[in-house]
Design a protein around this ligand. Sequence first.
Ligand code: AMP
Length: 550
Amino acid sequence: MGSFEAFSSTLERVGGTSGKNEKVRILADYLRGLDEEDAERAARFATGRASQKGSADETQTGYSTIISVIGEVTGLTPRDISRTYVKCGDLGRVVEEVIPGKKETTLFSGELTLRDVADTFEGMTQSKGKGSTAMKRGYLKAALLRSTPVEAKYLVKILTKEMRIGLVDGLVVEALADAYGLERETVRDAYLLLGDIGLLARQARAGTLSEVRLQLMRPTNFMLAEPMQSAEEIASYFGRELYAEVKYDGVRAQLHKKGEAVRLFSRRLEEITESFPEVAEVARGFPGDMLLDGEIVPFMDGKPLAFQLLQRRLRRIEGFEEAQARAPVRYFLFDVLLLGGEDLYRRPLRERRKYLAEVAGATGLPLADSAPAKTSREIARLFRRSRSLGYEGLVLKDPESPYTPGKRGKSWVKLKEELDTLDVVIVGAELGHGKRAGRLSDYTFAVRDGDAFRVIGKAYSGLTDAEIEEMAVKIKAATVTDDGYYRTVRPELVIEVAFDSIQKSARHDSGYALRFPRIKNLRTDKTPDQADTLGRVKEVYESQKVRSEP
Ligand code: AMP
């Protein structure tokens, strides 16, 4: 039975080394000795997750609950704990520091296993309804009382999703390959298909990766589109007829139907069925099982509405019915991966679309607006048409391409109007001035650079008052240090910014600055590891040089 002590001390060593290869080696050595079940738990925990991706349930335990349980266990006041937290910005490290002063002892003093920890999280997840907070606290307290300082540290790190030991999913995938003597590429592809690192570890350990299939009711990663800058670039790259589809601005959604059950998953592989009950209802009318891909768009009187209208529905806060009435939606279909027990995702898009048309016909769900285009003139014309109908641009797709989960390849390319937009991560916030005085409304944001985030600009405009409030709450929860006028914020919140151009700049540590950045959208659908990279900034910078030449 895998001990949590061995897990924690392995992660200590991973965090203590900066070399990627060394991190992979340490983890692989550890994983090699585990059985299937523990491999699943360890891989999931090592990436800072308490539960399987796509499970509707989460432990749902906030910082304040965790802090007050630490208080109970150590006898410290929540204030003292918060103060230490602000100092080091990591609740896991705080608990490690304070736990030796445990006040209570427990009857069970046996060794904590990976299974015990999984059971603790499961118990917390299943505590629902009245009295659930007390139950969650009970589970957490019992586990903390049995923990050594290092174990307590990792227990809390998993709960707060703050692993911070430089162990991105990609490295865990490599460690799994090395641990069990598998090709890295094979493991990577299986991961994209499975979507969950724990399930991947289990199958890698069992030697059954070659049998990995898409499975209904378990989300897979979405196929992604690569940006291109112009109709000319697209036409000359492909040189053949493409499907030019309207690029909808809504919520990407994967629909799984098995028997009578229907579930919808977002791009973060989180379940969103309850936010869009009418979509699930329509799909339920289809006679067979299926797995579809498409975009949920707020839509009324034949026209798309602002994407922001979906925020209330996604958060399922008060006024849901009103939000539902204000923002009726349509689910525009653009792909089908499984149909009636048959795998379609490896077949060419040309064929998949025939099946998709059948689904659309039978359910009444609309197909994404699509037209053939080959030359740059045809592409440019369809692009203008899409814009004039109120859409973002086009996604052009190669009819011969298979569906590749999680990959940004050139089988799908996107064309948007602006120079471009970047999905960036908020790393700092300040109180605004003038109309926004006294509100946390000015954000400093960054792009990814390996494990690090590099600042590329600041922006304040573009959000509604309600959105500023919503962000303020999230920013407060993610604040690491607060020196009165500037808060350093954990890189968690993704926003989409538009800009006029990119300049080289010594002001920010990325070496670049966006000119006239403005916030276009909150991208609650994206996690920080899906934000744009410094590499992409360089690409856009280079491309604008080409474009501005006469
Ligand atoms: P972006 O969010 O800018 O990276 O653009 C990719 C996103 O465009 C996808 O994740 C989808 O949510 C969205 N999208 C809208 N319409 C389509 C379409 N017809 N095909 C594929 N993706 C689409």
